[in-house]
Design a protein around this ligand. Structure first.
Ligand SMILES: N[C@@H](CCC(=O)N[C@@H](CS)C(=O)NCC(=O)O)C(=O)O
Length: 229
C-alpha cells in the first residue's frame, strides 16, 4: 500500500520546506517504502486532525510527529533498512536532535523563518505571522539575520561538534546514514530551500550535506527551492 505523506508546502506547492518534514521525507526514502506526497499548507490546519506536519497515513492509521513516524516505520517495516536499529541508535539520534535544538535551531530560525513568511500563500502567511510573532514576541523581520555571512558563521559555530565528527566518519550514524543524520539534515535543508545554501561546500558538514542530498536518486538535491523553482 502506498503511504500518504503530508508535507508542508509554499504557495508554489512544489516547494516543500519544513525541517521536521524533511526528516520524515529522508526517513521514508531510507525505508524504501512506497509513498505519495500530499501538499499541505498552514491554512488547512483547522481541518486537519493532527494539526502539524509531517504526518503519514498508512495501513488505515494517521501518524504525526517526525520522531513517532520514524519509530513507526522501523516497527512496521522491520525488513526494510532500519533508521535506528536498536536502543543505542535511538539514543544517538535523540542526542543529535538535542544538539540541534540547543546549538543549531535558533540560528537556523534566524535564517529561515522570515523567508518562510514570504513564500507561503497569503491566508497561511496571516496565521504564520500571528502565531510566530506571538511566540518570539517580535516581528519576524526583526528576527531575520540580515547579514548572511554573519549568520553562516554563527551556524558554523553551532555545527562545530558535527564538523569534528564528520572528519572521521562519512555519516553521523557511521558508514551509512541513520535517523540521526536526517535530524540534522532536515534543519539545514530548511534553510537551503527557503533562503540559501547555509554551509561551506568544502567543510565536512558541507560534504556530508551533498553526500546525503545525492542519495535516493538525488531526491533532496533535485528538490525545488526558492532559487531554482
Ligand atoms: N514535533 C513535531 C513538530 C512539527 C511541527 O512543528 N510542524 C510545523 C511545521 S514545521 C507545523 O506543522 N506547524 C503547524 C502550525 O504551526 O500550525 C515533529 O517533530 O513533527
Amino acid at each position: 500500500m502506498t503511504i500518504q505523506f503530508y508535507e508542508l508546502a509554499a504557495e508554489n506547492t512544489d516547494i516543500k520546506f519544513s525541517p521536521f518534514v524533511w526528516r520524515t521525507r529522508m526517513a521514508l526514502l531510507h525505508k524504501e517504502v512506497d509513498f505519495e506526497s500530499v501538499a499541505w499548507q498552514f491554512r488547512q490546519r483547522d481541518d486537519f486532525e493532527h494539526k502539524t506536519v509531517p504526518a503519514i497515513y498508512d495501513d488505515g492509521k494517521m501518524i504525526s510527529d517526525s520522531w513517532e513516524i520514524a519509530k513507526y516505520l522501523d516497527a512496521q517495516y522491520p525488513d526494510k533498512p532500519m533508521l535506528m536499529k536498536d536502543a543505542e541508535a535511538e539514543a544517538h539520534a535523540q542526542l543529535v536532535s538535542a544538539i540541534c535544538n540547543n546549538l543549531v535551531f535558533a540560528t537556523a530560525a534566524s535564517m529561515a523563518i522570515y523567508p518562510v513568511s514570504q513564500i507561503i500563500d497569503s491566508e497561511s502567511a496571516a496565521y504564520f505571522l500571528e502565531t510566530r510573532e506571538a511566540k518570539f514576541g517580535k516581528k519576524l523581520s526583526e528576527i531575520n539575520a540580515d547579514d548572511k555571512d554573519q549568520a553562516k558563521a554563527n551556524l558554523a559555530k553551532g555545527l562545530a561538534v558535527f564538523e569534528a565528527t564528520l572528519a572521521t566518519s562519512d555519516f553521523l550514524g557511521g558508514k551509512s546514514p541513520t535517523y540521526a543524520d536526517y535530524t540534522l539534515f532536515g534543519v539545514l535543508k530548511w534553510i537551503d530551500v527557503v533562503a540559501y545554501r547555509p554551509i561551506d561546500e568544502a567543510s565536512n558538514v558541507g560534504k556530508w550535506f551533498d553526500r546525503i542530498s545525492a542519495m535516493y536518486s538525488g531526491d533532496a538535491a533535485k528538490a525545488p527551492t526558492v532559487n531554482n523553482s
